[in-house]
Each structure stands twice: as C-alpha cells, then as structure tokens.
Unconditional design. Structure first.
Length: 261
C-alpha cells in the first residue's frame, strides 16, 4: 500500500467564519491555500463563511501535480461549492491566477450556484513564444523553472513548488482553452483585480476575459504596487477591503444589518 505524500507545512485547506453568504477561495497553479489565507481571514472577520480547498496535486511535491489534471482541480472546487451551497444563502467564488480560471469555469457550468466572481490576476492564456514547445517539453522533462512567489513586497513569500511540473502545465493549457470557449456563459457580476506589473500572467488574459464574458456588471481594478501574487503583496489590503465592499453591494444577504438606534 502506497503512503500518502506528506503535505507542505502551511499548505493546508482552511475553513473560517460563519455567515449567511459564503466566499469560496481558490489558490493558483503550483500554489497553496497559504497564498489566500490573509484574504480569507479578512473575509471571515467581515462576516462571511470562507472555505479554501487544497487542489489535487498541490501542497505536497511537484511530482504529484504531474499526476493531476484540470478535471481533478475543477472537481475539488465544485465539491467545495456543493458543501457551501448547502449551508449558505449565496456563494461568491474568488480566485488567484489559475484559481480565477477555475472560478470562471464554475460560473460557466453552474451559473445558478455562483452569485458573483472576484478574480485576482486570472490566467486564460500566455503570449510567451516558448509556450508552444510545452507539449514537447513535457515529454522530455517532468519539470521546468518555477513560477511561484512573484511578489514585490520585501519579506513576503508564497508557499509554492520550487519547480514547474510540465505535464500539469499542459493540463492548465487545456483548462484555458475550455474556459475561453465558454466565457459568454459567465453572467455573474465580476470584479477583477489586475497587477500592472505581473511576471507570470500577461495583460492579454484580462483583455480576453473582459471582451468575452457575458456579465453586464464588470469592474476592473488596477494594482500598481504588486506583482502576480497580489494577495500577499503591497496591494493586498485594497483587495481585501475592496472585495468586501463590492460583494456587499451586489449580494443583498451580505450587507451588514443596520444599527438599531
């Protein structure tokens, strides 16, 4: 019997808060819930029920990611949404990078269960020329240079794999293709935070997103003092406070009760 790979300390999924409205958080490719925890703590303090699952193949060792697929990642997030919809009157889905991609796929496939979307530097494509060689590269080597911890703030570090698992990266490309094809099905209100300097995801991803979604309520907020992992960077407080205010404006059950004089 094979033993499970030990998890990376700090990479555990988390559940925080209790409130009528839930926020389902999703971390990015090769990352872990650690990159979402400060945001989750802020949301819980604001009265939301918060859940952040650990995606299959993540939070252990990079080799495990190569044994996972886009269907595994979506299945884990969809199962978490099932659990939240059973206890919350409405659920907002929020994601970083690939977490944003998976959040969009949930909104495409389960529109009645996604009240709104909050995305931070979501990925839908890459314009890097060497990316065309990825399918060949994945057959030649299981790993490549890492993409994690693209953070401007000194002393802030993302818990992520030290290598890029190439077969999992091919699965990510398949996910991008599927999500881009169905963007018109996204009808939920959409808030997108985009770093103006991002060394992982190019601006073209958000351009394609904004041009393709069917949502009539779309807001883009530029982050001028953060790199890709903005949830751990200098603009994190603006993301945290801004997302709470935006959700309260669009999900009636999330609004705080008026004070009794």
């Amino acid at each position: 019997m094979m033993q499970a790979t030990p998890g990376m300390p700090g990479a555990e999924p988390f559940s925080l808060g209790e409130g009528p409205v839930g926020v389902l958080l999703c971390h990015g490719f090769t990352g872990t819930p650690q990159g979402m925890r400060p945001w989750g703590e802020h949301l819980a303090a604001a009265g939301f029920t918060v859940r952040c699952p650990l995606l299959p193949g993540h939070g252990t060792r990079w080799q495990d990611a190569n044994a996972s697929s886009e269907d595994d990642w979506y299945g884990a997030l969809s199962a978490a949404l099932d659990e939240m919809t059973a206890h919350c009157s409405a659920v907002v889905v929020a994601g970083l990078s690939m977490g944003g991609t998976l959040a969009l796929q949930l909104a495409e496939r389960r529109p009645d269960d996604v009240a709104a979307l909050v995305l931070v530097n979501p990925s839908l494509l890459t314009e890097r020329r060497d990316a065309k060689l990825l399918p060949v590269l994945a057959r030649l080597t299981p790993a490549w240079a890492p993409i994690g911890s693209d953070i401007k703030k000194p002393g802030s570090t993302e818990l992520a794999y030290p290598r890029l698992p190439t077969r999992a990266a091919v699965a990510l490309r398949r996910l991008w293709t599927a999500v881009r094809a169905d963007l018109g099905r996204v009808q939920a209100p959409l808030l997108v935070f985009r770093s103006t300097e991002d060394h992982v995801v190019e601006p073209a991803s958000v351009r394609v997103l904004l041009a393709g979604v069917g949502s009539s309520d779309v807001t883009e907020v530029l982050l001028h003092d953060s790199y890709h992992v903005a949830t751990l960077d200098n603009d994190a407080p603006a993301i945290f406070a801004g997302s709470v205010d935006w959700i309260r404006d669009r999900v009636p059950a999330a609004a705080p009760a008026p004070e009794v004089p």
